[in-house]
Structures are given as C-alpha cells and as structure tokens.
Design a binder for this molecule. Structure first.
Ligand code: HSE
Length: 408
C-alpha cells in the first residue's frame, strides 16, 4: 500500500523512520508492505534521502489514485482540515496526530469517512504514544463513562516535575522541553493548557458521544505556578499536576483543565516527566489507567504508525467501525458549580485574621511556611468555586490563588 505523509517535522520524520527501520515487523502486522510515495512539506531537505519523495503541491497526492492513505502530521487546523477532508472525499484513508484538527472537526471527519467507507484514525492526537483512543472506542464500550482524569500534556508535566524535584526555573525547563521535541511550535499551547484542553475535548466527546466544544472548557495553565505553590503542596504531601478532567455526573457534565493537587493514593501522583496518564472510570469496570510517553518524536510517531497499520489491515473490510461522536453539541454545566476542596493562598498574617477566616471558610487546615509569614494557606472543605469566590468577596486584596485538590 502506498501512502503520503503530510509534514516532515518532528513527528513526520519519526513516522518515516519507524516505517523504514521497523519495516519487517510492520509488513507482517499490516499484512503487506507499506511504502511512502510522497512527503508533503513547504521546505526542501537537500542531502536527506527523503528529498526524492518531497512534493510541495498537495494536488499531486490528492490526484494520485495509487496513494490510498494520507498521514497528516503538520498540526494546526488549516490547511490540515482541507487536506484531510479532500483525501477522505477522494476515497483515501486518513490518519492524523493533530489534536487541534480532531477537537474542532473530529465528528464531521468521522461522519464523512463513514459515508466514504474509509478510515479516519487519530490515536496520536491524545496522550502521544499511549493507546487511549482505540481502547475507548473498541474496549470501554460496555460501560457508562463516569469520569476521565488525565495528565495529557508532556511538556507541562516535564516542567512541573523538574521545577518540583530540582527547583529548576520555569524558563530553563521550558527550553529543555522544546529542545527535546515535546513542546508545540508555540509553547503557549502547552503552558496555557490549550493543548490539554483539546485532548480532554476529544476524550469527553468520545465518552459522551456528542461534540464537546473545547472553547467552552475552562482552561488554566501552569504559568501562575511558583516555587511557593510547590512548597505548600509538599507540606501537605501532595504534588501539583496539570489535570484535564471530565465528570459525567447525574447533575451535569463538568469539563475543565487546570493545576490540581494530587495525593499519593492517586496513581496520577507517580506520573513524572514527559509521561502522561489517563484514568477512566466506568460504571461497571471501575478505574482503568493508561500510561506512557505523552510527547516526543518516537512515542508520537509510534502511535501514528499503529494507526497506519490498523488502516492497512482494515482497508478492504466493508464493515467499518462507526464511532459514536455526533456533531450535536454536548451541553456542559457551569464549572463554577463543580464541588471540590481547595488549597487557597491568602495575604496577611495568620495570627491577625485566623478567627475571621475560621468563621468564614471553616477550613480543614491552616498552613504558614517559613519565610512566607506575610501570607498563609488554607485547605477548605468541599464547596463550589462560585461559593468560594462569594466568601472571598468580602476579603478584597487578600486572595492570591487557589488550586483544586483532586479527590481519589
Ligand atoms: N506538546 C504536546 C505535549 C505534544 O507536550 O504533550 C504531544 O501532543
């Protein structure tokens, strides 16, 4: 089978390498040889053997009936959307690692692929190398999904781990994450939580069977996290993780991304560095956790190639799997109503305001750290974000920050 790879960046070059270097096992698993006929890129790569396959005009690929599959690893919604849609309309299978594309247009492209009787696979769009999309679509089908809680961004997990364990500076660890090929071209997408937001939108759309609009997901990144936050977390025996969470509760569906405090009872506590993990709770199965490298050339390319192999295996099968992901929007509940305990940092000397704060917030615990006596922190009982905000309204200038405590 002949295929075309769209984009020769970090992931694209990884895909080319795996197809070449693991050719023997891949041919056996796919049931036939897979050959890259074209690589689309704006650039040329003189001296690289790939140069003889480089094309700059997508129409060469689209109009070549020998090419049965396109592999989109360029990123961004445009022109990836037009390229993938064009390929499917022309009866080609499509594989992508592009979470922006899948979050925005997944339902539409799946429907189109279904009509055209081709595959549209996107395993690498969530959790890098971790198999999570296929397990959700093919295995976790007997349960109602109650909750998804995941570390879905490798860059920020790497940064948080280095900042916590080595006291490393934010800028240094971000640079390292970029050098190692974990970060997005614009790393704001990682540190502001937008990348994790796209990924939880995809997972919750699959779990809910309808479109979760990523623009409606409250998303907070890690840019506001300081060494003081790590010290409060350590004092409580907790770790800070950027969590992407979806809760399908009887009273509503809550989806959010933000830094949260994780306890050692939670398997997410042990997830360090570039590793990601997705914990899925089903109503019959209970918890399942999928764990692996969430970013990086080889891990992500491995997931892409597994999709290529799956599409090759099933391409002559007239009975394609219909994925339950309708374009109709899933109504999310206001996240301010979601109940949680919080760690809240407040300005002031605790001995001067303790009684007042005790009366208003009835915290479970007060914390004062050495060298930070002009502020203190409290652990609240369970309440909604809106309730917390209302209580703190009467304390202008006192609020510094608050973080969710993830309940196991
Ligand atoms: N920038 C992403 C991450 C790449 O760090 O997780 C994988 O999607």
């Amino acid at each position: 089978m002949k295929l075309a790879v769209l984009g020769y960046g970090t992931v694209g070059s990884g895909v080319v390498q795996i197809l070449e270097e693991n050719r023997d096992i891949i041919s056996v698993n796919a049931g036939e040889d897979l050959e890259i006929k074209y690589v689309l890129d704006l650039r040329d790569f003189p001296g690289d053997p790939i140069q003889k396959k480089i094309v700059h005009d997508y129409n060469v690929i689209l109009n070549d009936s020998e090419v049965e599959m396109v592999v989109e690893v360029m990123g961004g919604v445009h022109p990836a959307y037009e390229f993938v849609k064009g390929a499917i309309e022309n009866g080609k299978n499509a594989v992508t690692s592009n979470k922006e594309l899948v979050a925005a247009c997944g339902a539409e492209l799946l429907e189109l692929a279904h009509l055209k009787n081709v595959d549209f696979f996107f395993e690498a769009s969530v959790g890098g190398g971790i198999p999570v999309i296929r397990p959700m679509i093919r295995c976790l089908t007997a349960d109602r999904i109650l909750k998804i809680s995941g570390i879905l961004n490798g860059t920020t997990n790497y940064m948080l781990t280095c900042m916590e364990e080595d006291g490393a500076s934010y800028d240094d660890v971000l640079r390292q994450a970029q050098e190692m090929g974990f970060a997005e071209r614009d790393p704001s997408a990682d540190v502001e939580g937008w990348d994790a937001c796209r990924k939880i939108a995809i997972l919750s759309s699959l779990a809910g069977g309808q479109q979760v609009d990523y623009r409606e997901i409250r998303t907070i990144g890690i840019t506001g996290i300081t060494q003081a936050d790590f010290r409060y977390a350590a004092a409580l025996g907790l770790r800070i993780r950027l969590l992407a969470r979806a809760s399908f509760a009887p009273d509503g569906i809550y989806v959010q991304v933000g830094p949260a405090l994780v306890s050692s009872d939670d398997p997410l506590y042990a997830v360090k560095g570039v590793y990601n993990a997705v914990k899925i709770t089903g109503d019959r199965l209970g918890d399942v956790m999928l764990y692996g490298q969430g970013a990086g050339k080889d891990a992500t390319a491995s997931a892409v190639v597994s999709d290529i192999i799956e599409a090759a295996r099933t391409r002559r099968n007239p009975y394609k799997l219909k994925v339950r992901w309708d374009e109709k929007k899933l109504a999310l509940s206001p996240i301010g109503e979601y109940p949680s305990r919080f760690l809240v940092r407040l300005r002031g000397r605790l001995d001067e305001v303790k009684d007042e704060i005790q009366k208003k917030l009835q915290p479970e615990r007060f914390l004062v750290l050495d060298g930070l006596e002009d502020e203190f922190a409290v652990v609240t009982s369970a309440m909604s974000d809106d309730t917390l905000a209302r209580i703190l309204e009467g304390e202008p200038g006192r609020f510094i920050s608050r973080m969710y405590l993830e309940e196991v």
